[in-house]
Design a binder for this molecule. Sequence first.
Ligand code: HEM
Length: 137
Amino acid sequence: MAGGDLAPALTAVRLGLHVLGATVWVGGQVVLAGLLPSVRRLGPGAPQAVARAFGRLSWPAFVLLVGTGAWNVAASGSHSPAWWAVLWAKVGVVVLAGAAAFLHSRARSPHALAVWGALAGVASLAALFMGVVLAGP
Ligand code: HEM
């Protein structure tokens, strides 16, 4: 998109929905991690209950990200080999983020919960920054 111009309406819908998905999927994980110490004080079952409630929001957001991500690729014009390399690396970290979040939701031991949760968070943040690189100036 040329600097200083307004985005056409359909582009705004496409990128707006993609960024909405990112705010819920990535921002939700950051906020949840920050709230965890307070949630733990509410009772032994509270973290699981809050995590389940978050899953009802985060998984639809993940589906929205993948759907609008494919739309982004379909709508994008010609790009340099470097752009495509970043895109494929991003697809890799998105798959990693989804798999780690799934394994986190199935984990029972504190160690597995921490490892898969941290991996999901780091991979999701990497996907976010790679997306900004792909969007360009
Ligand atoms: C965890 C999942 C994802 C996150 C957090 C994420 C995040 C983002 C963000 C923040 C942007 C920058 C938007 C802007 O500055 O305008 C972006 C752009 C982009 N994303 Fe994603 N994304 C994800 C998944 C995907 C997937 C699965 C694909 C491809 C199949 C994809 C393809 C793209 C493309 C091509 C752009 C550039 C769009 C453009 O400039 O027209 N994203 N992404």
